[in-house]
Every structure is written in structure tokens, then in C-alpha cells.
Ligand binder design. Structure first.
Ligand code: SAH
Length: 203
């Protein structure tokens, strides 16, 4: 937390404390416990990766969560980032396209005693309308452009944090809903696996 997060500008003490609390090795593939705290993406049991801690912290900070926030995550993966979000927010909905990954993530969250995450198996490009609007939407897979469905499920003042670009490199974009529309800014470069969807990168 000190070397990888504070030294690199993650100022939010709540985010840093949460990152220190969520056990990262729980979420990596078995046998990876030794590298679980290095600042690199971790390989998981399905050949997917889990983001480096700095990026998880950067995205979470950009989401600016409070105890009252209702958060939508797209791309449950291991459930690691969902655990971080759940620790800071009131409730989290997390959408994953692979049912088996979602199930494994659910078991990990239960082991951590986290009870405010609802897992959904669906195409995350559609968002999750039943629980909208959200104060924050965090997308942990890359898109060529922010899906209109996700922007529309943001509350006024809510933020969509999403990697936007091509398959090789992306900008971590933050869209904030204002009375006039959306303010956009880049929080820096990043690299994520693609959001697989007819609305983003087709399979
Ligand atoms: N947040 C995760 C890392 C996500 S990796 C963690 O903390 O571990 C990206 C995830 O997005 C993968 O699990 C992938 O299966 C999922 N994904 C890709 N396209 C998707 C889509 N259209 N809808 C939902 N999930 C998708």
C-alpha cells in the first residue's frame, strides 16, 4: 500500500485502507500466493487477468464512493475488485458473462463475509437496469467507446469509470453525469482485456 499506492498518488485513505484489508491472494489462481502482492496483473484460473493493485485503487478512487453509494461493476472476474468496492459502498451489483466465474467469485465473497454484492450473469454492455441509477459504474474490461446504456444508468453526479481504446492500449476514462450532460476526463493509460459484446468488441 505504501510503495505501490501512496507513493504513486492514490490519496484517498479509505481506498488505501480497503486495499490493505482485502486479501488479494484469495482471488488469484492457486499457487500464486507468492506473487499476489506484486504490482502486476495476476493470472486466474480462466486465463483472465486481475488488474494490478495500483489500477484497482486508481479506478476505485476515481469512482469517489461513499457509504451511501450504489455501485455497478462490469466484469466480476475473480471478485477481487467487487470486494474492494463492497467494503467502501452501500451495495454493489457485479455483472459477469461467464457463469462459472461468477459462481467462484460468489464463493470467495462469502468466505470474506461480504454480503452486499449481488452477482449477475449477463452481457455487461447492457448494464443492469433493475437496480439503476447508480452513483458509480466501474467497468473492468475495455470498450472502443462508452456504451450509451451505461451512461444512461448513472445517477446525476454519478461517475462511469471505464477503459476506452483499442485492444492494445486504452485511456482510463471518467464520465461524470451533470445536469447538462457528461463531463469526461482521462485518469491515465491502462490495459484491459476487451469487453466481449456485440455492443463493444464482438467475440
Ligand atoms: N474485476 C475483475 C477483473 C476483470 S477481467 C477482478 O477483480 O478480478 C474482465 C472480466 O470481464 C472477465 O472476467 C471477463 O469474462 C468479463 N467480461 C468480458 N466481457 C464481458 C461482458 N460483455 N459482460 C460481462 N462481463 C464481461
Amino acid at each position: 500500500v505504501r510503495r505501490q499506492l501512496r507513493a504513486r498518488g492514490v490519496r484517498d485513505a479509505g481506498v488505501r485502507a480497503t486495499m490493505a484489508w482485502v486479501p488479494r491472494e484469495l482471488c488469484g489462481a492457486r499457487g500464486l500466493a507468492g506473487e499476489a502482492y506484486a504490482d502486476t496483473p495476476l493470472r486466474t484460473s480462466h486465463g483472465q487477468t486481475i488488474s494490478q493493485p495500483f489500477i484497482v485503487a486508481l479506478m476505485t478512487e476515481a469512482a469517489r464512493l461513499s457509504r451511501r453509494s450504489r455501485v455497478l461493476e462490469i466484469g466480476t472476474g475473480t471478485g477481487y475488485h467487487a470486494a474492494v468496492l463492497a467494503h467502501l459502498a452501500r451495495a454493489v451489483w457485479s455483472v459477469e458473462r461467464h457463469a462459472d466465474m461468477s459462481q467462484e467469485a460468489g464463493a470467495r465473497l462469502r468466505d470474506l463475509g461480504i454480503a452486499n454484492v449481488t452477482l449477475v450473469v449477463a452481457d455487461g454492455a447492457e448494464g443492469h437496469a433493475p437496480a439503476a441509477p447508480y452513483q458509480a459504474i466501474v467497468v473492468t474490461a475495455a470498450v472502443p467507446a462508452p456504451p450509451a446504456r451505461l451512461l444512461n444508468q448513472l445517477d446525476l453526479g454519478g461517475r462511469l469509470v471505464i477503459p476506452v481504446g483499442d485492444l492494445a492500449t486504452q485511456d482510463l476514462m471518467v464520465y461524470e453525469r451533470t445536469p447538462a450532460g457528461f463531463d469526461a476526463r482521462s485518469a491515465g493509460p491502462c490495459r484491459f482485456v476487451p469487453l466481449v459484446s456485440p455492443a463493444a468488441f464482438p467475440e
